[in-house]
Design a protein around this ligand. Sequence first.
Ligand SMILES: Nc1nc2c(ncn2[C@@H]2O[C@H](COP(=O)(O)OP(=O)(O)OP(=O)(O)O)[C@@H](O)[C@H]2O)c(=O)[nH]1
Ligand SMILES: [Mg+2]
Length: 343
Amino acid sequence: MKYIDEVKIQVFAGDGGNGIASFRREKFIPKGGPDGGDGGRGGSVYALADHNLNTLIDYRFTPIFRAKRGGHGRGSDCYGKGADDVMLRMPVGTMIINHQTNELVADLKYDQQKVLLARGGKGGLGNIRFKSSTNRAPRQFTHGETGEQFELRLELRVLADVGLLGLPNAGKSTLIRAVSAAQPKVADYPFTTLHPHLGVVQVDIGRSFVMADIPGLIEGAAEGAGLGHRFLKHLARTHLLLHVIDVAPFDEEIDLVTSAQALVNELRKFDEILYAKPRWLVFNKIDLLPEEEQQQVCTHILQALDWKERWFTISALTGKGCQTLVYAIMEYLEKSAAITEEI
Ligand SMILES: Nc1nc2c(ncn2[C@@H]2O[C@H](COP(=O)(O)OP(=O)(O)OP(=O)(O)O)[C@@H](O)[C@H]2O)c(=O)[nH]1
Ligand SMILES: [Mg+2]
């Protein structure tokens, strides 16, 4: 299925139904009073967050949504029927932006969150409403209000605590499979992952965090190489990035230091804020290296990069080191959340 994370839609709420001027006409009642009812309310358009959805693709095909108008009032005190509301289901993590003003209308953060997008018009008043002691036969009535309408932009930014960053084939998807129930495809060719996947990492009872796996990044991504770098925006809301490095690449020509630096450059070209986020190094596939070489390779990279942050060695395939990594992440997230609260 194609992954769509930005779309433009138009929403039209229904107009209110008109009120009506009408008089009772009955046999033997020569002068019946006013009996024109109010118009019904127009339907409104709402957004509803749904955690079972993970793409905005449906909106690419159907970008226009209209709620119905309210029924008109009728004689014999009959009120017009209110129209049904229209519910637009969207993935959690969708940001809804007014396309004209660029204002953020809503940010869907939890399942079943409901947000009004366009309000239906109120129904008009029937002439019963205008009856008074001085005016027993009013002819006034009002029209229904117009429903609101907007052009909106939907932008999906997955909500994850930790994001995986790395060259294609580094083992990002293997890692998320090892530590969560997420099952993105794993294969020994580059660009296996074509869109973001989320996995919930359950560390202990009641302690968990969300990890995001995104497509691999290569040098020149800013200029469109590989799958480009547009998927990086999905890391914008994370608190921590894990830079996954394959320590035993199939292609022995690959220089681990240069390629790690190239990746960080791409990150920086994409967004300074993302670049400034806390980042840890994760040396993966250590099962492919003899023990003494593991140490050598890691030390070499750490020194060449002048690395001051935390780093880990793992094998996503055998699971070695993965527990230590997830506990460290959990503790870090708990601590940083505490810091934010204190401020
Ligand atoms: N020996 C070994 N192989 C691994 C390990 N982790 C991943 N692999 C293999 O490396 C290949 C690529 O793994 P993926 O998890 O698909 O890599 P990715 O980083 O998600 O790749 P893209 O989605 O293409 O960016 C697969 O053949 C995995 O089985 C590891 O720790 N040890
Ligand atoms: Mg992958």
